[in-house]
Design a protein around this ligand. Structure first.
Ligand code: MG
Ligand code: MG
Length: 285
């Protein structure tokens, strides 16, 4: 970390006694560079997903990519976490620990969650993919989870309120004929010079509440959706969060900046152009 970062006094906006870090346009450019490193790591891991590959091997691919870009993994060592990625399979929702003994099989769903620190700035993103051909049920689960994330990202607009994002995520999921569950003990977050900052971003709620969305606010939006009941259990490993009923889950995440020109999806290679288009929103690119 450079002396410049250490000596920097972040601009903070106060909300309900909590401080929210507001980034300058230049700092958002730095976060974009970090976001592209994370996007590259996720793309490299996705390309390696196949039957027989271990989550330990996928973890090494992500770490190699991040370090090759002059960045460092932000999950590794976080409260003692031993991986660069979280690899969460099927009924595991988030925070699965990479393991050289854990091998993927045809039909598994794996959430790959990954982040990087570049020049002191964090990024955080996740995708869920199926190994081989998804069942109709899995395809629908992944599609609605990803679409709910984009619906939330499309509300990352200056002038709105934080729960406009939460509400858009929820509305997308509850509009489905299948009664999907929305995991409620985990959610999105502010992100900047730390991976997890205020505010917490719920994946449900009434719109028009919470902190104002202002240029310079950067958030990770990450819906977690279950086919069955959304109640969760944490495994004895102290990390892995699973569905209590054993039903499958999906998880997608992007880091977004609110800018005067619209949302800028920092962990999407195209800045969010394709994902936001169905919502009639053009990102800053
Ligand atoms: Mg993440
Ligand atoms: Mg996150």
């Amino acid at each position: 970390m450079s002396a410049g970062i250490l000596s920097r006094l972040p601009l903070l906006a106060k909300w309900s006694g909590r401080m929210i870090q507001i980034k300058t346009a230049h700092e958002i450019e730095l976060m974009r560079a970090s976001g592209l490193v994370t996007a590259g790591a996720i793309a490299a891991v996705k390309a390696a997903v196949r039957p027989g590959v271990s989550t330990g091997e996928l973890d090494a691919i992500a770490e190699d990519h991040i370090r090759s870009q002059g960045a460092v993994p932000n999950f590794l060592g976080y409260h003692g976490f031993t991986g660069t990625i979280c690899a969460s399979i099927n009924h595991e929702i988030v925070h699965g620990i990479p393991n050289p003994e854990r091998r993927l099989a045809e039909g598994d769903n794996i959430s790959i969650d990954c982040g990087a620190i570049l020049q002191g700035w964090h990024s955080d993103s996740a995708v869920t993919v199926t190994v081989g051909e998804p069942s109709a049920e899995d395809a629908a689960l992944l599609e609605v989870t990803e679409r709910s994330m984009w619906a939330g990202l499309a509300r990352a607009i200056a002038g709105g309120r934080l729960t406009d994002i939460s509400h858009a995520v929820e509305e997308t999921i509850t509009a489905e004929s299948h009664p999907y569950g929305i995991v409620d003990h985990y959610g999105g977050h502010g992100i900047g010079t730390e991976m997890h900052q205020d505010p917490h971003v719920l994946n449900y709620g009434r719109p028009g509440r919470g902190p104002k969305l202002v240029p310079g606010l950067t958030l990770a939006i990450e819906p977690m959706v279950t086919v069955g009941n959304p109640a969760t259990v944490e495994l004895d490993d102290g990390w892995t969060v699973i569905t209590k009923d054993g039903s499958r889950a999906a998880h997608f995440e992007h880091t977004v900046a609110i800018t005067p020109e619209g949302p800028w999806v920092l962990t999407a290679p195209d800045g969010g152009v394709a994902g936001l288009a169905p919502f009639g929103v053009a990102p800053r690119t």
